[in-house]
Design a protein. Sequence first.
Length: 171
Amino acid sequence: MTVGRIPVIEGGIQPTIFDAKADLLTATANDTPARLAVGANNYFLQAASGEATGLKWGGAWTSYTPTVTAASGSITTSSASGVYLQIGSFAFAIVQVTITTNGTGGGVLIVSAPHDTSANSSTALWRENNVTGGMGQVQTSGSTFRLTTSGNGYPAADGYGFVFGIGYRVN
């Protein structure tokens, strides 16, 4: 018998295992076929040993709330939001930070990363969007992103708003 142009062998995998366009045939163990339902648009297939089929759909951005501190002194009031996408041992994060009141903050502006980074695995640029339009650098360091001016100075002041995107290696 044939289904479309695919022959189906008596006692073999039945075409009824598929429920939707792009469903995948995989296995949960030796000689144990299984169906993996199609993922959402723009997702990608990843190896995942903890899943029954050894596969999973990935590609969703995950939100997180970064903490914001300074290397010296303390920031009085700030807010931050971020999203990240991890693919294996690589991640990409997009972060927005607002320094409402800088207080005595100085040295380096430190923003928590969503997970441990490989120290100094990446450098990116930030842009201040609220007051100056200035730019500087972001470096990964442990579980943080460290923001400085291009001359390694402290980048923040009252009312400043930063945005940056950075790709980096995850530990």
